[in-house]
Design a protein around this ligand. Structure first.
Ligand code: LMR
Length: 398
């Protein structure tokens, strides 16, 4: 039965991780997978996570099942973190929350929910979008289309083109949006653009499905959720997939949450019952450990304050790296403009290089980035930025 299966190429991002590990050159730089790295090039366990983990383990008396909807304290904390502590919506019966195995699990749960509610619904994703959005959202049978998003000339959002495409969509289409730190471009909507977008979604009867994987790594916890909160408050319905991989550094623990805003308390209750059924059929119950850590951090004020300080330091480091990298590239490659690096947010930016140049950089200079020239800025360090900039200059013949 399995003999006719084709051997598939590795995942474009995860395959790069493996290639990087196999490279023994000491000059190698990992700009591929989107994990935060500190000044030593490591992805450390955050101190707040270590402290919370200790408290969780000391108190834990059983490993019995939690529930298909996951840890109730975690779900409650995620409502407040995403929607805002003081927000009436965070406490509203119109919202339901389900813990999920990572942001990916939350995206898939949301897609499955849409398929149950409206099997013919089309999900519109930005062009470009995170490569894994495609299998996660279309794997359950939903059709995917793309709307224009990135303006390669300015390095910003092609907002007019995006709006005209959304204006033309049939009502009840689903629009996948990145809350902040757009992956892969780093180009985010400004606050005024979110407001304009909200009016279009409302007028056209479109359903926002918002992916928030980098809250706190762009401009701040509240700032990065600005558009999400606006749409969730303004529109009758919204789906929100939250990941704790990056902002809590809990990648391998698989911690995420799907929040759904419904038109009424009854709609949210029905939605929750559907989500629980979907989760049960997919993986039964989410893993507990990471969610228990996040719930502990967000419910204990000293831990929460410590986590926010660590997150602020990570954010500041990314901004500093963006500035230093743009300056080094400007000096090494005077004929190419890299100033978009300082205007963009979060860990990712495109370098605007073609596939052959990206391959040459990998083979000759041991710089690992995805074929579309997306780099994870956090993979750089002040010590290797000059090497990186010189390699790009050589590859561009500058
Ligand atoms: C990335 O975009 O590199 C991260 O979100 C990690 C992943 O799973 O792809």
């Amino acid at each position: 039965m399995l003999e006719h299966l084709d051997r598939l190429a590795p995942d474009p991002i995860l395959g790069l991780m493996a290639a990087f590990r196999a490279d023994s050159d000491p000059r190698k730089v990992d700009l591929g997978v989107g994990v935060y790295r500190d000044e030593r090039g490591e992805t450390p366990v955050m101190q707040a996570v270590r402290d919370a983990e200790r408290a969780v383990l000391e108190r834990q008396t059983t490993k019995t099942y939690v529930a298909p909807a996951g840890n109730a304290g975690f779900n409650e904390a995620m409502r407040r973190l995403a929607l805002g502590d003081g927000s009436p919506l965070a406490r509203s019966e119109r919202v339901c929350a389900v813990q999920a195995p990572g942001g990916c699990g939350a995206l898939r749960l949301g897609a499955e929910l849409i398929r149950v509610a409206r099997p013919e619904a089309v999900v519109h994703v930005s062009n470009p979008t995170w490569a894994n959005h495609v299998p996660l959202l279309s794997g359950c049978g939903l059709k995917l289309e793309r709307y224009p998003y990135f303006d390669a000339v300015s390095g910003g959002v092609a907002f007019e083109a995006m709006l005209s495409a959304l204006e033309a969509l049939p009502p009840r289409s689903v629009v996948l949006l990145h809350a902040s730190c757009h992956n892969p471009t780093g180009a985010d909507l400004e606050e005024a653009q979110w407001r304009t977008l909200g009016a279009v979604l409302e007028r056209r009867g479109l359903l926002p499905f918002i992916d928030m994987a980098y809250q706190g790594l762009g401009r701040g916890l509240a700032e990065d959720a600005y558009g999400l909160r606006l749409l969730a408050e303004q529109l009758p319905e919204a789906l929100i997939a939250v990941s704790c991989s990056k902002n809590f550094g809990l990648y391998r623990e698989r911690v995420g949450c799907l929040l759904v805003v419904g038109q009424s308390g009854a709609a949210a209750e029905a939605t929750l019952s559907q989500l629980v059924r979907i989760a049960r059929g997919l993986y039964s119950m989410p893993p507990d450990h990471g969610a228990a850590i996040v719930a502990e951090i967000l419910s204990e004020e000293p831990l929460r304050a410590a986590w926010q300080r660590e997150l602020a330091a990570m954010r500041a480091r990314i901004v500093q790296l963006r500035t230093a990298t743009a300056a080094a590239l400007a000096a090494a490659c005077p004929r190419k403009d890299f100033s978009h690096l300082v205007r963009q947010r979060g860990m990712f930016s495109y370098l605007g290089l073609d596939k052959d140049t990206v391959r040459r950089l990998r083979e000759a200079h041991h710089l690992y980035m995805t074929d579309d020239s997306r780099i994870n800025i956090a993979g750089l360090r002040p010590e290797n930025i000059p090497y990186f900039a010189q390699a790009i200059a050589q590859a561009l013949g500058q």
